[in-house]
Design a protein. Structure first.
Lengths: 93, 156
């Protein structure tokens, strides 16, 4: 079953301004691979060279941060939705 | 030399930001900026979820990020960026601000001095390794020197 993936505004320039795309995949790692096949510009914004998730990028399966699940190996299936969320922060110091 | 970018703020948005930033003092306040490309029409104040040093840092929770982005999509608007305040610090980006900036989202900073919003600036990046570029703020009746007057009027 296709899994819907929510694309955050700052990365929509790589998806033709689409807010949501659907991919066929059974775990987050393959969700990302399918995304990169279609939208290669996303890769360097989501993964490091060693294929770990970049700092300040969060991926959620439904309401759960994958860092608290099985990371990139987190399974996805029927009825799940994936959200890519930029970590927004900063400050005077 | 490329032309400097501009962003237009509706006057009511500047007043809403000033009010929220002043209310948050002495902590950093923050909020989302919604509108059309180059034109901020609405700000949604957000809780600063930074736990460690909320006087000099801010953080937007993932839940709040998703909520405002969905709100923008539902209203046919675009999430243009986020503002945050610098209590008793200038309206200029810090090293932390630069490190945490996202290309495609405006970084807007409000200086709050002794509880009063005093100044505002907007920045954007065009490449992960490149420095911030200043974005000119356009607003009816707005100029940097007029901000304090404008904002004080808004609080009456």
């Amino acid at each position: 079953m296709p899994v819907p993936v929510r694309i955050p505004t700052p990365l929509r320039r790589f998806t033709g301004d689409r807010a949501e795309v659907s991919v066929e995949a059974a775990e987050i790692s393959s969700v990302l691979d399918r995304l990169f096949e279609e939208y290669p510009g996303l890769r360097s914004h989501l993964l490091n060279e060693d294929r770990t998730l970049r700092a300040f990028v969060n991926i959620y399966v439904n309401d759960e941060d994958i860092r608290f699940l099985d990371g990139l190996k987190t399974p996805v299936g029927d009825g799940d939705s994936v959200s890519i969320v930029p970590a927004i922060a900063g400050g005077a110091r | 030399m490329p032309e400097r970018s501009e962003v237009r703020f509706d006057r009511a948005v500047l007043e809403d930001i000033a009010r929220a930033a002043s209310t948050a003092y002495p902590y950093e306040g923050c909020g989302a900026l919604l509108g059309e490309r180059g034109h901020v029409r609405v700000t949604l104040p957000l809780p600063n979820t930074e736990k460690g040093s909320p006087r000099v840092r801010f953080e937007v929770s993932s839940g709040d990020y998703l909520r405002v982005e969905r709100e923008a999509d539902a209203q046919g608007l675009r999430l243009l960026g986020f503002w945050h305040s610098h209590p008793d610090h200038p309206a200029r980006p810090s090293v932390t601000d630069r490190a945490r900036a996202w290309e495609g989202l405006l970084t807007v900073i409000v200086s709050v001095q002794e509880g009063q919003a005093r100044d505002i600036g907007a920045w954007e990046i065009h490449g992960r390794e490149l420095p911030f570029e200043l974005v000119e703020i356009e607003s009816p009746g707005f100029s940097s020197a007029l901000v304090t007057t404008l904002w004080r009027e808004g609080e009456k």
